[in-house]
Design a protein around this ligand. Sequence first.
Ligand code: ZN
Length: 296
Amino acid sequence: MIVSEAVQRVGAGSVVKTWVSNNRILTGGLIGIAAVGAALLTLGPSGSGASPGTQLTVAVPPAAAQRVYGAAGRPIIVIDAGHGGRDPGATAVSGEVSEKNLTLAFAQALRDTLVERGRVRVALTRDDDRYLTLDQRAAVARALGASLFVSLHTDSAPNPLARGASIYSLSDVASDAEAARFAAHENRGASVAERNGSVDAILADLAMRSEMSASADFASRLVRKSAGRFELRPEPHRFAGFHVLRRASTPAVLFEAGYISNVEDEALLRSPVHRGKIVLALAQAIEADVAARSRR
Ligand code: ZN
């Protein structure tokens, strides 16, 4: 696809990127969240989850974000394949595959499974190998009014024996030192201003408190659905201050499917059959979570 990018400078140092892409022929159930080109979101004091002083303009990434799969009227789940483009994420112990490739394979399989099961609609933040900022990823969830945001990753650790999946939900205090380091690592894509002032203001927001609680509920549900079906780390539900989860303005979790720094985990994560087991647990947890919240 031909994509040209124009960058314009707006106000005090904030940069708005707009994309102009060639028209794509799209099939299936679609809703356009943007006219051809870019959708610009301006979150001001009236936006949910935003506080005075947190004005932020973010361009929604093109193409993938314009496409919503599934039957109209169902809640929308935004699936975020971590990393992409010039950000490969972690490299597998074999050196043969990067985190960004595995996260995309997981995201596409999860989308296909959810659409086939028919209970929710799905949008991806990216459907190819492209770089997106954390804010662009979160902006997709906000633009679509998503019911849930799930960011997919694979883990890496200096200890080659570390194995298993884990689920992180948002918190202002990390559950452990490793979770804090991991969040700092994943937050590198966020600007200093985004990490500091605005985030502190947002955390004071009551809406954010309820999203944090709903995110933790989903993470617990996912642990229950996963147990016995694939390997989880000890204490698989962890907490930390992830920028991409804060900005999603909806219940949001970051799922680490396993360690590509471990030989056995890498082989499993590269297997479509094993990925299918993880994807099914994710799909069932997502459907159960959305159904439970719609009953409240
Ligand atoms: Zn990652």
